[in-house]
Design a protein around this ligand. Structure first.
Ligand code: TPP
Ligand code: MG
Length: 289
């Protein structure tokens, strides 16, 4: 059985001191151990951003893709070989901005992936521009007079897009992160975990002090995770919309068949196991050129 050390590479992460990404990484490695994951059949796929470095900092197979493209890459890997445990990682800009279409499509397909979004409400890597979850009025490098638009509600969007596991956690609470990641990894189907992440360098509004008085665990207040409408209501109590109280925990969970289980191409065997030696690749490619 793999240990936390097995999932820890010798490279030291290159994030700013105090960055929430350190906690996410620690929690992910612990959660992987808790679900009995193994390094040789786990793949971490990331987009681009500070969060995009994750693929390098978990000792599994990894792929750092293009900005906003973690989910289609992860989907391709899962459909080719569904025996792999596939985890997609990315930032709020990556997943809810440039990659938003992929997010909605992946939710409704219910592909067996775990998607961990590092939601620091800012573009971190590019040094502090507004993101889709930045609070209205927030002054950033790209909005010196304040953000004009309403923020995205990622959990509400996931619920209306028929995601089968929707959760939120916070980098200031490592045990909670481990618990939520563990449940997400154990879910058969698409699992979204939005992580409220501290960015000490570029987000000076959503600080640990700011979160401290607002966060509460909705699973300790009798929330029914099977109640979709209630989950939607809770998902609108959004941190970035300025609510006084901000719920974290499992919002919604339902068991449904996955996309890959319905794929006729893999009824008998995994796609990667098919014998393609008889296929004339030149002829096939010529059809597309
Ligand atoms: C197609 C494309 N557009 C823009 C960029 C520049 N870029 C790199 S990271 C980034 C934003 C990252 O923000 P987020 O996804 O929130 O990640 P964070 O750095 O905050 O973890 C942008 C716009 C890029 N690499 N590729
Ligand atoms: Mg970000």
């Amino acid at each position: 059985m793999a240990t936390v050390n097995d999932f820890t590479p010798k490279e030291q992460p290159q994030w700013c001191p105090g960055c929430g990404n350190f906690g996410i990484m620690l929690a992910l490695r612990n959660a992987l151990v808790k679900v009995g994951a193994e390094t040789h059949n786990t793949v971490v796929v990331s987009g681009v951003g500070c969060s995009g470095k994750d693929a390098h900092y978990v000792r599994t197979y990894g792929y750092e893709g293009l900005h906003g493209r973690a989910l289609p890459l992860a989907t391709g890997i899962k459909l080719a070989n569904s025996r792999l445990r596939v985890i997609a990682m990315g930032g709020d800009g990556d997943g809810y901005g440039i990659g938003l279409n992929h997010f909605v499509q992946t939710c409704r397909r219910n592909i067996g992936l775990t998607y961990i979004v590092h939601d620091n409400a800012i573009y971190g890597l590019t040094t502090g521009q507004t993101s889709p979850t930045s609070m209205k009025g927030m002054k950033t490098k790209s909005t010196p007079h304040g953000v004009l638009e309403e923020p995205i509600h990622p959990l509400a969007l996931a619920i209306t897009s028929d995601a089968t596991f929707v959760a939120r956690t916070y980098t200031g609470n490592i045990p909670h992160m481990i618990e939520v990641f563990t449940q997400a990894l154990a879910h058969k189907g698409f699992a979204l975990v939005d992580v409220l992440q501290i960015c000490p360098s570029w987000n000076k509004v959503n600080t640990p002090e700011w979160f401290k008085t607002r966060i509460y665990d909705l699973n300790k207040e009798g929330h029914d995770v099977a109640d979709k409408i209630k989950a939607y209501e809770k998902a609108l109590e959004d941190v970035h919309s300025g609510y006084e109280r901000v719920p974290i925990g499992i919002f919604y969970k339902v068991d449904k068949p996955t996309y890959e289980d319905g794929l006729p191409q893999r009824k008998e065997k995994e796609v990667f196991e098919h014998d393609i030696s008889a296929i004339n690749m030149e002829k096939t490619l010529a059809k597309f050129i």
